[in-house]
Design a protein around this ligand. Structure first.
Ligand code: ADP
Ligand code: MG
Length: 672
């Protein structure tokens, strides 16, 4: 199963290595299939590569650090010998500092030349100044601990990046095509819609398609996060990224490579970093003004009291502690890392998020509004009854209705066309559809209207003689009958509503264009007490705007059919399924597996993500401020300063990477 990810089959364009800033040196990112994921912490750093190429050099940072640590220990031992002049141990300390610190010093010089203030410059100044005032052991300690911290961070960042990159490795480049009795491999990009491809056992499906022949199962976990394999036989829709079971399948391709489900998921995951949460933006703005302010404060701290007291060495020393303690790395790295991890953890559950922004907004939301048809109920409706008016037959009603609905994509239309089952395209012309109203067309030479109450009212047609229905059929100005359709409530709709309420979402509302009776039934089945029926798409927008007032955040969950404007109006638009382009475009979050209950999973996960983000911010700020203050007062040692910098950022990063460790729901998810 891991075959699909080997390098021969993945020659697709491999973008530049992912990078994280804050001096995290990327050792692994040049392995072949890493997607371009930019963990930008907004501090404007470029990436620093000192010791990257080749695996041999990968051990050098560790070896040099170990030697430096040994040298430092030796320095302290040498100090114990009274007879030895101090400069001997000082030389050993300087050697330790240079050995462990030269990459930082090089970066510091580069930063200075580019007039960029970041932690490399802060550390470089601190180390050089420590040497100038003769504090050689501290110079060595600062560089050694700084490098240890960077290595830890790098490890955590790489781990998260790998786990996200795995999400983007779900798209094989090649597909098997049967040509003159032999199976040949072709580039998936070149295969047009309508061709037939062969998916061998345990291969990943390269393109979306409908099964023509074959019996197998499909593991959809990479796409939907769902662990139970789907049965696949003729007629099953297979999505790219799913893994075939033990049978061979022949698929008729329904989407091009670029439009395939796998491509959509990859695009979304890769672009997610660009829509930052406001917390994230605030932190990077803060970091940008923070460093210059700290440098100026440190200079003032070194100079002003010294001019007054004449104790230059003491105040420079305090200023150094202040500098070392001040590095904003913990914030600058752990906050974006947390959002990044939240996006990754969500995708594993079939929840695709278009940016950290929506993690923050969803975690705060107190109002969740559901669309009915296609969202709380399955997208597939069926005709439950056909009621002809006096003097007409069921057959006639259904025939005209099916003709009129022939070109519509609405679930109601599909139900009617399926129920009639033998409509001929040639008999239909002049098709028109009004969202939320219905359709009009010329069928078998007659003007036909097919739509809800609104539409009939508008035309002045009296439907009072017919029972309440979703669709009334009017032929040449005469109402000939009505069609009732019904959907099945999704099996986890009620669970979703219950869980959302348990999570403290105090408004769960249903908005629908369907009639009162159908709405009441669905609402009751789902445990929703607040609902509004008979709404046109525009009314849904108005209703949502009303709900927005006095709400801490609104979420609209829809299927993208007739509700794209509402998806865009809500603070967070959640689209069901990878089905319609409109939903994927308009939605901020996409539930790939059509399960409303994934929304409550998302709320839980994102609240946890925000909790970790807030904890990290508070923890870093409190520790840093305390050490800064104590350093300025001469009460904190260099060791405390080193902990405030390295310790806090390591802890914050480790805390952030906990987000990725979600409960695995599948057995063989993205193992590769
Ligand atoms: P929902 O809010 O449940 O998703 P819609 O807004 O899509 O429903 O549709 C609301 C109502 O408009 C339907 O119940 C039906 O009466 C009418 N309608 C919309 N589109 C069509 C169509 N293609 N054919 C017939 N009736 C339609
Ligand atoms: Mg709908």
């Amino acid at each position: 199963m891991s075959k699909q990810h080997t390098h021969e089959t993945c020659q697709q364009h491999v973008p530049a290595p992912a990078h994280a800033s804050c001096g995290v040196h990327d050792h692994t990112a040049h392995s072949h299939t890493h997607a371009e994921i930019d963990l930008d912490c907004g501090c404007g750093h470029e990436h620093h590569h000192h010791h990257e190429q080749g695996s041999k050099k990968n051990v050098w940072p560790i070896v040099s650090l170990v030697i430096a640590a040994v040298l430092m220990a030796a320095g302290f031992i040498l100090r114990l010998f009274d007879g030895l002049p101090e400069f001997v141990s000082d030389i050993v300390f300087v050697a330790a500092a240079v050995l462990s610190g030269y990459p930082v010093l090089i970066d510091g010089v580069k930063d200075l030349l580019k007039l960029r203030l970041d932690e490399h410059l802060l550390v470089s100044i601190a180390v050089i100044a420590a040497c100038i005032i003769g504090e050689f052991p501290e110079a060595a300690a600062v560089t050694i601990f700084f490098q240890v911290g960077e290595m830890f961070e790098e490890f955590a960042v790489n781990r998260s990046k790998k786990s996200i990159a795995a999400l983007t490795e779900i798209r094989p480049d090649t597909a098997h095509v049967m040509e003159k009795g032999t199976l040949v491999q072709k580039r998936a990009e070149e295969i047009p819609i309508g061709s037939v491809i062969t998916v061998l056992p345990f291969e990943r499906v390269p393109l979306d398609g409908t099964v023509r022949t074959g019996q197998s199962s499909l593991d959809a976990s990479a796409i939907t996060g769902e662990s139970i394999p789907l049965e696949a036989s003729a007629g099953t829709n297979a999505l790219s990224g799913m893994i075939n079971g033990s049978g061979t399948l022949e698929l008729e391709v329904t989407n091009t490579y670029g439009d395939s489900a796998a491509s959509r998921i990859i695009d979304m995951v890769e672009n997610a970093a660009s829509r930052k949460a406001s917390t994230e933006r605030t932190v990077s703005k803060f970091a940008r003004i923070y460093t210059p302010v700290i440098v100026v404060a440190a200079i003032l701290l070194a100079v002003i009291p010294s001019l007054i007291t004449g104790e230059w060495s003491e105040w420079i020393h305090r200023s150094l502690i202040f500098l070392v303690a001040s590095c904003p790395c913990a914030l600058v790295l752990s906050v974006p890392l947390s959002f990044f991890a939240g996006i990754g953890a969500a995708s594993k559950k079939g929840i695709l998020v278009k940016g950290g922004e929506f993690i923050e907004k969803l975690s705060k939301a107190d109002t969740v509004v559901f669309d009915k048809t296609g969202t709380l109920t399955t997208g597939e409706l069926s005709v439950s009854s056909v009621i002809p008016s006096h003097g007409h037959t069921e057959e006639e009603v259904l025939q005209y209705a099916a003709g009129c609905e022939y070109y519509s994509n609405h679930p109601i239309a599909k139900a009617i066309v399926t129920a009639y089952g033998r409509m001929e395209e040639a008999s239909v012309s002049d098709f028109q559809e009004t969202p939320g109203h219905g359709t009009a067309a010329r069928v078998l030479g007659k003007e036909v209207l097919c739509g809800g109450k609104n539409m009939m009212q508008q035309r002045g047609l009296d439907f009072a003689a017919l029972p309440e229905a979703q669709v009334y059929v009017c032929v040449a100005g005469e109402l000939i009958g009505a069609v009732q359709v019904s959907g099945t409530v999704r099996d986890d709709s009620a669970q979703a509503v219950r869980e959302l309420k348990a999570l403290g979402v105090n408004h769960v509302v249903m908005l629908t264009g369907d009639n009162e009776q159908a709405a009441a039934q669905t609402a009751q089945a789902c445990g929703i007490t607040e609902y509004r029926a008979g709404l046109l798409p525009g009314d849904k927008v108005t209703a949502l705007e009303e709900l927005k007032k006095g709400s801490a955040g609104t979420v609209f969950v829809g299927d993208g059919i007739n509700d794209a404007p509402v998806l865009a109006t809500a603070d967070v638009g959640v689209a069901m399924g990878l089905g319609t382009d409109a939903a994927i475009e308009a939605g901020d979050i996409v539930l790939t597996n059509n399960r409303p209950s994934r929304l409550s999973d998302a709320v839980r996960l994102f609240r946890r993500t925000m909790g970790i983000v807030k904890f990290n911010i508070a923890f870093a700020l409190i520790v840093k401020m305390a050490v800064l203050l104590l350093g300025a007062l001469g009460l904190a040692s260099m060791w405390a300063a080193v902990f405030a910098d390295v310790g806090v950022s390591v802890l914050a990063v480790l805390n952030a990477s906990r987000i990725l460790r979600v409960r695995r729901e599948t057995t063989q998810q993205l193992k590769s």
